[in-house]
Design a protein around this ligand. Structure first.
Ligand SMILES: Cc1cc2nc3c(=O)[nH]c(=O)nc-3n(C[C@H](O)[C@H](O)[C@H](O)COP(=O)(O)OP(=O)(O)OC[C@H]3O[C@@H](n4cnc5c(N)ncnc54)[C@H](O)[C@@H]3O)c2cc1C
Length: 375
């Protein structure tokens, strides 16, 4: 029996899922290279430690590239991913917004399930950054230099620098430069917004609102949910989702956020309320009311010019990355033999609610099944 050696660079969500899937075939010898001392840091942190691993309802428009997402969803649906997790022994539950979590509501469970292998054919090298990659003439890959290990298949699953401290961002994925993969600049997404002239007195105020993203007075997207005012901007899940739509714009000139505080009724008659009760005490947060008393503002169109999103270290994902034109439907490189590229490294990003982990797992499932089929 000839062994086929697979190297997975990155022991995060997609890398671990793939290793778990490939562990069923003893003919495969799988090595995972993980630079950190522990695998899957982001998966552990996801969903506030509960791991919102996917969503039961996913549409192509939940991603920045709907065409690519549509093709993927025709192969891996949320049901199919759930089925695969069940095969791995993970039972899932979901909430009122169709966000799926492990039944334990504990992200470590997902990491543990994905690190429980069918055979002892998977080795995880933690604390082992991959710094160089090269390919021999026959197509075999050498990981980490001339004296490094040799593999038949290479899988790149190193994610993005989102949420990392600035000092760890600059050389992220630098070892890929010799592969000349076409990529779009990385920008923070699923982040809060830095706003012009946001009153500092509101910092710390949490309130529900309908928030609209506009450009040149044209509505891009609006959502209802909790908004958190900060020193220089605002945050919260709705705001993070709007940042994803902001990143999809060709130009981000003249973008504004409009906050409607009467979230229970967009067209609530505020003037009538003021006439009847003489104040906004009963309808808006005390910090907002105190600001209103000093300097009245339109509580249904509290508008700010967007400076930018918060930087990469506070973002959940990055938009941009390796262009999807570099891979085929099996996530196999069109340019290099025996090379797969998975997860957030690719220029695909989705909204908050399980869409990014879904993409990471689904890409690993497609590539994994392709590797298994090729045996
Ligand atoms: C705080 C936070 C909360 C989130 N919550 C959710 C959520 O609830 N639901 C959701 O869908 N998404 C969530 N996300 C996004 C989601 O976690 C990522 O999109 C997903 O983990 C991407 O998977 P990946 O496999 O592509 O990359 P990752 O999971 O980031 O894995 C990449 C791995 O590669 C390793 N690596 C990098 N470079 C090298 C190298 N040179 N050599 C060796 N190893 C290397 C990294 O250390 C890492 O372990 C969250 C993100 C953050 C930061």
């Amino acid at each position: 029996m000839t062994l086929k050696r697979v190297a997975i660079v990155g022991g995060g969500a997609s890398g671990l899922f793939l290793a778990r899937l490939l562990s069923q075939k003893r003919r495969l010898k799988v090595t995972v290279f993980e630079k950190n001392a522990q695998t899957a840091a982001k998966l552990r942190a996801s969903g506030g430690g509960r791991a919102n691993i996917f969503n039961r309802i996913i549409t192509p428009e939940d991603y920045n590239n709907a065409d690519f997402a549509k093709a993927l969803l025709s192969t891996v649906s949320p049901e199919k991913l759930d089925e695969q997790f069940r095969k791995f022994g993970l039972v899932t539950v979901y909430d009122s917004e169709n966000r799926v979590y492990p039944a334990t509501q504990f992200s470590q469970t997902v990491v543990d399930v994905l690190s429980t292998f069918d055979n002892n054919n998977v080795n995880i090298h933690t604390g082992t950054p991959v710094t160089s990659l090269s390919q021999k003439e026959g197509g075999a890959w050498i990981v980490n230099g001339n004296h490094g290990e040799i593999f038949d298949t290479l899988v790149l699953a190193t994610g993005s620098p989102a949420n990392l401290l600035p000092k760890f961002q600059s050389d992220y994925n630098k070892h890929l430069a010799p592969l000349h993969l076409k990529a779009t600049a990385l920008k923070p997404s699923l982040a809060g917004f830095l706003l012009e002239n946001i009153p500092k007195s509101l910092s710390g105020c949490r309130t529900k609102a309908i928030v609209s993203l506009t450009q040149d007075n044209h509505l891009i997207h609006k959502e209802k949910g909790e908004v958190i005012f900060k020193d220089e901007g605002i945050s919260g899940i709705v705001v993070m989702n709007l940042s994803s739509y902001y990143r999809r714009l060709k130009s981000t000139e003249n973008c504004r956020l409009s906050i409607n505080l009467t979230h229970w009724d967009e067209n609530f008659d505020v003037n009538r309320h003021l006439t009847l009760y003489g104040s906004l005490t009963g309808i808006i947060h005390p910090k907002l009311e105190s600001l209103y008393k000093k300097k009245p503002f339109d509580i249904q169109d509290f508008t700010f010019k967007i400076k930018d999103t918060y930087p990469t270290d506070s973002a959940q994902v990055c938009s941009g990355g390796i262009n999807v034109g570099e891979i085929d439907r099996n996530f196999l490189s069109k340019k290099h033999k025996n090379l797969y590229i998975l997860g957030e490294m690719l220029d695909i990003d989705g909204l908050c609610g399980g869409y990014n982990l879904f993409f990471a797992f689904a890409s690993a499932m497609v590539a994994g099944n392709h590797i298994l089929k090729s045996l």
